[in-house]
Design a protein around this ligand. Structure first.
Ligand SMILES: O=C[C@H](O)COP(=O)(O)O
Length: 312
């Protein structure tokens, strides 16, 4: 890395030269390594620990046009006490909602320690003016959001207008004040792993606290190889700058088996220091019930069945 990072974004050409100077991703190698790590088995005792760890890393999400305050309150109750019959189940890390439902979630979660995350910047498309995006972020923060999940402008990124994407992230970070900023790359639209690496670095240079794979509205959403590329990026960014950034795969993660594959990937790629909700999250609308069912199966030897738990 020859250009000091502070100067990388001083012009469109320096930013482009930096991002295109990053080493290319060996696609076949990344796919093979993710597949290999995905087949690793873990011991039964480690599995119980992994399930509780995964529960504590969930960003329990509802991002539907039909969301209501009642649905969000019910989700918040589940976030705090995932299994009402078992107080040993840890709470999730955060709930993630649309900006207009932040106040409802903040009230429902008061004093619980579960954080409220709001999507922003015209989620999921990211298609509005910077003024609108910044105003939406400020309103969500004013309503009490502790975390903002913004989307990047993929159109600008794919057109090579990296400085526009950078400036939007910088402006959104400023509007966040003390709230943490997660930057959604929407990797399913970025076409190549090289682009995923570039977008990861772009977001981190611009001030992201977390980089997140997907909105959950585009297919493919989170995948193991894409998450591997992002974990390598946060590892390398820490080595280059001394600043640690978190990672959040989101979208399509529905089973305990998948969640554990992600934890193995984190451990083997970025390292065990990332195995904490401050540095790793799983964004999911319907993973929690499977984690609860598998947890109960390990404790009692039988499944309670999906009807035992309230809907995700
Ligand atoms: O940020 C989280 C995603 O929107 C959730 O996606 P999902 O419904 O596929 O779990």
């Amino acid at each position: 890395m020859t250009t000091p990072l502070a100067e990388v974004a001083s012009s469109p050409s320096t930013l482009r030269a930096f991002l295109h100077g990053l080493p290319g991703v060996d696609r076949v190698g990344a796919d093979a390594r993710a597949a290999m790590l995905g087949t690793r088995s873990i011991k039964t005792t480690a599995k119980k620990q992994a399930i509780d760890m995964a529960i504590g890393m969930v960003d329990l999400t509802t991002l539907e046009g039909a969301d209501t305050p009642g649905k969000v309150r019910a989700m918040c109750a589940k976030a705090v006490r995932p299994d009402p019959a078992d107080a040993s189940v840890p709470p999730v890390a955060a709930v993630c909602v649309y900006p207009d439902l932040v106040a409802t979630a903040v009230e429902a979660l008061a004093g619980s320690g579960v954080k409220v995350a709001s999507v922003a910047t015209s989620f999921p498309s990211g298609r509005s003016s910077l003024e609108v995006k910044v105003a939406e972020t400020s309103l969500a923060v004013a309503a009490g959001a502790a975390e903002i999940d913004m989307v990047i402008d993929r159109g600008a990124f794919l057109a090579g207008d990296y400085l526009k994407v950078y400036e939007e992230i910088v402006a959104t970070k400023e509007a966040c004040a003390d709230a943490h900023l997660k930057v959604i790359l929407e990797t399913g639209e970025l076409a190549t792993y090289d682009n995923v690496r570039r977008a990861s670095w772009l977001a981190m240079i611009a001030g992201a606290d977390f980089i997140k794979t997907s909105t959950g509205k585009v297919s493919p959403a989170a995948t193991l190889p894409v998450t591997l590329v992002m974990l390598e990026a946060v590892r390398d960014f820490l080595a280059a700058t001394g600043r640690k950034v978190g990672v959040k795969p989101a979208g399509g993660i529905r089973t305990t088996k998948d969640a554990i594959k992600y934890l193995v990937l984190v451990n083997e790629t970025a390292g065990p220091d990332w195995l904490h909700p401050d540095w790793f999250r799983l964004g999911a609308s319907s993973l929690l019930n499977d984690l609860l069912m598998q947890r109960q199966k390990m404790a009692t030897g039988r499944y309670a069945g999906p009807d035992y738990f309230t809907l995700d």
